[in-house]
Design a protein around this ligand. Structure first.
Ligand code: C2E
Ligand code: MG
Ligand code: MG
Length: 504
């Protein structure tokens, strides 16, 4: 069971009464007719949308949206009327072989199975009972007043019906089902706990290969214990791996200077930050660059433990620097597309920040423009997780992907990094200059910091400064440095009264 909430416009209803949306304006007859037509059109669209999300197209049964509404109402009414008998909530899940059929047999077969399943269920229900088609392979039944022995005999009939073969012209299909049951109010007072507990019961039924299981406190304890054990086993296996990663992988830090003035070759430095860049110290092949091994780590899924190691390393470094009086350094961490989309990353970052005690706004996560804009709906959800943590969010290699301005505006971003491509020939190429100029004004307009990366020449830096860019990173300032060399670099700037002298 997923716990999606009901869209607001359905929950509250849309007030489309003429008097509420047409203010007291002096309207001509034509305008009134036009507005009335628009309102009619909107009302039809709302009704259409409501129908679409309220009914499952394959079975015509109400969806989980309606389940949420009706269950809430039912609980409220039962409470108000002092109903002692309550009801049973049943989650009916079609087994793994339904998925196999859906994937392998020609289309139409799985739809027919769903339709027949819906008919078999409704055929056994009394007028007071309700059935919802909540997910593709899942139905929820609400059976008032039926518990214990009476419910068991209903379940036997239901299972018998569901176990019957689905007959097609040249083959038959038997679909296994599992049912989890929870009673209201005995197993949970509100909608979400009653459905959650029925969900635990259906999970137990599937695992035990039993046709049905009734929820018990014991089941809940077993689920919690299993989750704890799972956590421990991950830690037991992961810890030694993490410790060994440090034997071959090393972190470099490339300085990123926030500059307040440019005086010839001298930069007045307001803040010194760094981008963490990983390298693989291969025992036979020597130093391997990330563009070679990050794609391999992604293909094998090993980017997840590697990324976790890197996040913890960065936090440890920041804590150690803080303890040594090198305070206020900000660090940018690159997240590959897969890391960004894995539910793990935000969680790992959260625990690493919590255990280090570092202020989250000193961490910037860099996500490439391409991975951010691949699927904007998912990106929205993920970005919100990072935003909640309080870390900064930067779009890396900006200008090479397909950002849409409306998304740039909507996403909770803090920084954009202009791709090196546009900086390389900035002093010679007029088109690059125009592009950079417009990127600077986009960043300004959206209130984002702008970083120029790959700055190799003073000429480019001067142009960038003139165009309004204030943060620079590139070989002109420094190559990626070992942690010790980065701290030396920082200390030299501070000792020189926060000045950095660009090399000749
Ligand atoms: P990126 O995040 O765009 O990093 C900047 C890359 O440009 C770095 O290459 C850096 O060494 C290089 N660079 C910086 N300044 C200059 C310059 O002035 N001229 C030139 N020619 N190059 C410059 P690197 O370290 O090889 O990293 C390449 C890419 O690999 C990074 O691009 C990033 O996308 C990825 N990467 C690096 N470290 C990590 C990591 O820890 N995790 C993940 N997921 N990806 C990483
Ligand atoms: Mg980067
Ligand atoms: Mg980049």
């Amino acid at each position: 069971m997923r716990n999606e909430s009901y869209p607001r416009f359905i929950k509250e209803g849309i007030e489309l009464e003429n008097e509420t949306i047409i203010p007291n304006l002096e309207l001509t007859g034509d305008e009134t007719i036009r507005l009335k037509a628009e309102i009619d059109h909107l009302q039809r669209r709302v009704a259409d949308l409501e129908r679409k999300i309220s009914l499952q197209p394959q079975t015509g049964l109400p969806t989980h949206f309606r389940l949420e509404l009706e269950l809430d109402e039912m609980i409220e009414t039962s409470r108000a009327q002092g109903d002692r008998k309550g009801f049973s909530a049943l989650i009916v899940q079609l087994g793994e072989n339904y998925r196999v059929v859906r994937k392998t047999v020609k289309s139409g077969v799985s739809e027919w199975i769903l339709y027949q399943t819906a008919c078999r269920i409704t055929g056994l229900l009394r007028p007071v009972d309700k059935v919802f088609h909540t997910h593709e392979n899942e139905f929820v039944l609400i059976i008032p007043g039926l518990k214990g022995q009476a419910l068991t005999s209903f379940l036997r009939k239901l299972i018998e019906r569901l176990n019957e073969a689905h007959i097609f012209s040249s083959f038959n299909v038997n679909i296994q089902t599992a049912i989890g049951i929870a009673y209201w109010p005995e197993h949970g007072g509100d909608r979400s706990s009653i459905l959650h507990n029925a969900d635990i019961a259906v999970g137990a039924a599937t695992e035990a290969r039993k046709p049905f299981i009734l929820f018990t406190g014991e089941l809940l304890r077993a689920v919690v214990e299993k989750a704890e054990l799972q956590n421990s086993i991950i830690q037991a296996i992961e810890k030694p791996v993490m410790e060994r990663l440090g034997e071959q992988f090393v972190l470099y830090f490339q300085p990123k200077l926030v500059v307040s003035a440019v005086e010839g070759r001298i930069l007045r430095v307001e803040r010194i930050e760094a981008e963490a860049l990983i390298r693989w110290n291969h025992p036979q092949k020597g130093l391997i660059m990330p563009s070679t091994f990050i794609p391999l780590a992604e293909e094998t899924g090993l980017i997840i433990p590697l990324g976790k190691w890197l996040i913890y390393q960065c936090m440890q470094k920041l804590s150690a620097w803080e303890a040594a009086g090198k305070s206020g350094i900000g660090i940018s961490i690159n997240l590959s597309a897969q890391q960004f989309r894995s539910s793990d990353s935000a969680q790992v970052l959260k625990s690493a920040i919590a255990s280090s005690g570092i202020d989250p706004d000193r961490i910037t996560i860099e996500i490439t423009e391409t991975s951010l804009f691949e699927d904007t709906t998912t990106a929205d959800v993920i970005l919100e997780r990072f935003e909640t943590l309080g870390v900064r969010i930067s779009v890396d290699d900006f200008g090479t992907g397909f950002s849409s301005l409306s998304h740039l505006h909507r996403f909770p971003l803090d920084e954009i990094k202009i791709d090196r491509l546009f900086i390389e020939n900035l002093d010679q190429n007029r088109k690059d200059r125009i592009i950079v100029e417009s990127l600077v004004s986009i960043a300004k307009g959206l209130g984002l910091s702008l970083v120029a990366e790959g700055v190799e020449k003073t000429e480019a830096l001067e142009i960038l400064w003139e165009l309004g860019c204030r943060t620079f990173q590139g070989y002109l300032i420094a190559k990626p440095l070992t942690p010790e060399a980065f701290i030396e670099f920082r200390d030299r700037i501070i000792a020189d009264d926060n000045r950095f002298r660009c090399p000749e």
